[in-house]
Design a protein around this ligand. Sequence first.
Ligand SMILES: Nc1ncnc2c1ncn2[C@@H]1O[C@H](COP(=O)(O)OP(=O)(O)OP(=O)(O)O)[C@@H](O)[C@H]1O
Length: 578
Amino acid sequence: MQLLKVIRALLQMVSYRRVGLLLMLMVLTGITEGFGVLLLVPLLQSLQTNEVSEQPQLIEKLANFGLHFSLTTLMGTVLFLIVVRVILQYFREQMSATMQYQLVDTMRLKNFSLLLNTEWKWLAMQSQAEQANSLLTDINRVGMGFHFTLGLLASMVTMVAYLVVAFSLSWPITLLAFISGGAMLWVLSGQRKRALSLGHQLGEANQAMQSNVQQSLAGIKLAKILGREHAFVERFKTIMGTLRQQQLNFQIDTSLAKGLFQIGGAMLLIIYLFVGLELWHLHIAQLLTLVIIFSRMIPLFMSAQQQLHHCLHALPAFTQAQHLQALYQRYGEPTAPRDSAMVSLHRAITFENVSFRYDEENQDALKHISITLRARTTTAIIGHSGAGKSTLADLLMGLLESSNGLIRVDDTELTGNFRHSWRRSVAYVPQDIFLFNDTIRNNLLWGNPSASEDDLLDALKLAAAEFVVQLPAQLDTQVGDGGVRLSGGERQRIVLARALLKRPALLILDEATSALDMENESRIREAIENLHGHLTLVVIGHRLPTLEHADQVIKLANGQVIAQGSWQSLRQPQSSCE
Ligand SMILES: Nc1ncnc2c1ncn2[C@@H]1O[C@H](COP(=O)(O)OP(=O)(O)OP(=O)(O)O)[C@@H](O)[C@H]1O
């Protein structure tokens, strides 16, 4: 029942016209297959007697329409039908594959877009491995499941064609075959349930593998330093073993079902032959054709059984993808207007008694914050780890929405659709530098695709990153994966240049100098000084080289503002920072 619902949902995702056309191709293939087999009766008779004598009812009916079969026309027609069937099958398979990829792309694109549109508050707490596994592995499994579903449909249509022909030859034997085949399916129903549960287990094992690979890659440097590579390899081996065992279990289960079906099928064929010849005294040509039909139906039945196994196996992957899709929709933001204009900041950003809490179980991460950040001034936010600095930055950017209190950009409340427009007008240099494995030029253009060569060079200069023009390939230097070919300080300055290219109304530098040596720190300080007075700047950190230049310093502790003012006023002994 669940499978039928899923098939309906899947078919809705691909074009109905294609589904209709595919079904038509399946039916046509079934008809040519059935008719070709039916012609075997007179063909077998003629081989025995050298003339076409007694014919099946269906063929006799065709004779009423003036269609007569001689031995040569019979042979020619059988051959013609085989060719037609092969051509139809070719188109059917092409179409199934196209539909499978169309489905995978549609699901993947939809889930990926919805994921990107979720509220940061929710997204920040999700497992990245789970999302990656669903987008990559699970949706691929759904595609495979869909492929097998279409195969199952095709097998069923062909079986119906065979059954019609078999009924027209001898309905009692066909009924017997139908009932015994059904009984065999019933006997194997336990195996189908096992396929479903193996599907669940395989999904979990895949996710564990994905998460392990991601974590190992992220921690590879640390593992090398600590000499713990073997620990990663051992963990990888354990998860790989589990995954392999799940796959093997499924394979064993499928082979077992296949073997049982083959033995059962052979036994049934012998029973049909005996009953047909001894009890119902059927004509040998009819009986032979029936045997041909049933012996073709047995592998068809078997592959239908296996296709059903594969469909059931893919079912949990579909359920998981749908479950995540529902979550993405539930925690989605209102759709961002694509062409919303950049917002300018003229007077100030104000927080009025703002509090924020990540979830009900936790305490407020920020409590009763009332601050003002005047346009084109520099504000430094300081405080110990966990004080709430990054949360405050996320609220400033409109990434998070306050749980209580009001945030205003000039006179506009930072809520609803305005949050999207505001986010586009803000630039952010995070603690964890993010660079694409591409050239410096393309990394910069990501900040502003329409920037000219001069804009790029100006931004690099402002960010104290002129070193780029000294490089042999200059802007076309490849930065490597995550920017590994550059030093930490160089990466940070390129990211700063990229942020500046956007010409933001507000620029936030989060721990911009935390990992830098003295020389690089002074370069960043130089960059920040360059920017002072040109745009609204917020600098966050534990240790700040720019405090003297900040127009105001806000000190946070336990989510509250405990001191606020100029650097000089905060340097008094009772309010010392760091
Ligand atoms: N995604 C999250 N889910 C739940 N709680 C969070 C989340 N992010 C931060 N917190 C909590 O909010 C509080 C403030 O964290 P925040 O990251 O803003 O501090 P911070 O001052 O930026 O710290 P650091 O300097 O270490 O980055 C902390 O108690 C932290 O545990």
